[in-house]
Write a protein that binds this ligand. Structure first.
Ligand SMILES: [Cu+2]
Length: 120
């Protein structure tokens, strides 16, 4: 009787240990990519890359490599830069998943899109 009881407790104990260990391993594996900054070059009146997919929480930086000023803004007003002169940068952190089409508000034919996936 005693040995049977001990065996049952042992199986339950292993299950508890596994349940405690697995979420930690999963979280550690997915934490790294979200913190990586990402840069979009503005060159020759175009955004490169034109479409960028990032994890939620990622900070995206635009850098103006043109001699002409550019000003970034999305259609919903979520983010908006000042006019960027040559070598100026603008950064925005995308906290919420979704699609964010944007343009250069000085040259509206310049279009780009940020796609934000849920973190993890
Ligand atoms: Cu422009």
């Amino acid at each position: 009787m005693l040995s049977k009881k001990t065996c049952l407790l042992g199986a339950a104990g292993v299950a508890v240990l596994l349940a405690a260990a697995l979420p930690e391993l999963t979280a550690a594996g997915k934490a790294a990519p979200a913190a990586k900054p990402t840069t979009i070059d503005i060159d020759n009146f175009a955004f490169t890359p034109a479409t960028l997919t990032v994890a939620a929480g990622t900070t995206v930086t635009w850098k103006n490599e043109d001699d002409s000023p550019h000003r970034i803004g999305d259609k919903d007003g979520t983010f908006k830069s000042a006019a960027l002169d040559t070598d100026d940068t603008f950064s925005h952190t995308f906290a919420k998943p979704g699609e964010y089409p944007y343009i250069c508000t000085i040259h509206p034919y310049m279009v780009g899109k940020i796609i934000v996936r849920p973190a993890g």
